[in-house]
Design a protein around this ligand. Structure first.
Ligand code: IPM
Ligand code: MG
Length: 369
């Protein structure tokens, strides 16, 4: 039995609300069928929040996010908001959640489902069976470093951002990566640019120290992030856990996502320190964006968001078996040939709608009982 499992749902913009509707079907299944009931509330984030409140994240929503056991977010952003001042752009809402909840460890698994190995732009034997985990530092680095801004200098303007990492910021995300590796393939590859950046030199030094002091049993290697990008495309199965900074992690996780065939498949978990009830501060979201080009048409793939809920079951609610059940249900529908538009191969066929994919996954959950 679970107690006080509270969930704040922030559907956001674009395809966010559509994919979240399918997640709700899954959440609603777990109550009667598995006795897992959630105290669910819903609120606005991103452009949707701006339209209503003039800010991409209302203070009340921020406060609610701090109180619940887990936040589940759809996506933020859209061309309609391109004209807004930087400080109120939809993305600022998401970044505020990450920063104020101090969600420093962003887990982005890239797993290739057998049924989709043909959909990757890489050869099948390069990606079949792929199962890697990118741990991206999420609350520091160039995303948040000061000074930042666009300033006047002489007769022109200068854009400034600062890459900044403290030892403790590197230390804690390294520990997350080593802890995860112990539950998987026991291998960590740390990526930075120690050849050109002082922050990279410190990153490498701290990761190595944490390893030598507390995780000598885990196999550790270091790679420059550019070489890492190349190796990810060449032979991704050499990796188990990759730990890297905020910006490199943003880039490398999009690349890793595409190895698996579609960005519509990949979930993520952003975790912080444990709360007083022992559960980590947590936000779960698909890696994909708001996809404004297909929003509102029932074309979106809800799997990344549904798998994000599976990660919530595992990392927030200690329901690893139920998470595995949900992941297996996704695998079953894919093996049965269920395909949303993003998963249509070159030989065509008729894609199924967002809602039909959600229904198929719920049916597979039923069949798992
Ligand atoms: C991501 C996204 C975000 C990021 C944007 C939407 C702010 O690309 O989660 O990967 O850059 O972190
Ligand atoms: Mg990104």
């Amino acid at each position: 039995m679970m107690t006080n499992a509270s969930l704040l749902i922030l559907p956001g913009d674009g395809i966010g609300p559509e994919v979240m509707t399918e997640v709700r079907k899954v959440i609603d299944w777990y109550g009667p069928k598995r006795g897992l009931t959630f105290d669910v509330s819903e609120d606005l984030v991103g452009g949707a929040a701006y339209d209503t409140h003039g800010t991409p994240l209302h203070d009340d929503t921020m406060a609610k996010a701090q109180e619940v056991d887990a936040v589940l977010l759809g996506a933020v952003g859209g061309p309609k908001y391109d004209v807004l001042d930087f400080s109120v752009k939809p993305e600022r809402g998401l970044l505020r959640l990450r920063k104020e909840m101090d969600l420093f460890a962003n887990l982005r698994p890239a797993q290739c489902f057998d049924a989709l190995a043909d959909f990757s732009s890489l050869k099948k034997d390069v990606v079949a069976g792929l199962d890697i985990m990118i741990v991206r530092e999420l609350t520091s680095g160039i995303y948040f470093g000061e000074p930042r801004g666009i300033i006047e200098e002489g007769n022109e303007r200068v854009g400034i951002n600062t890459q900044r990492y403290t030892e403790s910021e590197i230390d804690r995300v390294a520990r997350s990566a080593f802890d995860l590796a112990r539950k998987r393939g026991n291998k960590v590859c740390s990526m930075e640019k120690a050849n050109v950046m002082e922050s990279g030199i410190l990153w490498r030094e701290v990761v190595q120290r944490v390893h030598d002091e507390d995780y000598p049993d885990v196999e550790l290697s270091h790679m420059y992030a550019d070489a890492g990008a190349m190796q990810l495309c060449r032979w991704p199965k050499q990796f188990d856990v990759i730990v890297t900074d905020n910006l490199f992690g943003d880039l490398l996780s999009d690349a890793a996502a595409m190895l698996t065939g579609s960005l519509g498949m990949l979930p993520s978990a952003s975790l912080g320190a444990p709360m007083s009830n022992g559960r980590p501060k947590a936000l779960y979201e698909p890696v994909h964006g708001s996809a404004p080009d297909i929003a509102g048409q029932g074309k979106a793939n809800p799997i990344a968001c549904i798998l994000s809920f599976a990660m919530a079951l595992r990392y927030s609610f200690d329901q690893g078996e139920e998470a595995t059940r949900l992941e297996a249900a996704v695998e079953t529908v894919l093996a049965d040939g269920a395909r949303t538009a993003d998963l249509m191969g070159p030989d065509g066929g008729t894609p199924m709608s967002t809602a039909k994919m959600g229904d198929a996954i719920v049916a597979a959950l039923d069949a798992s009982l």
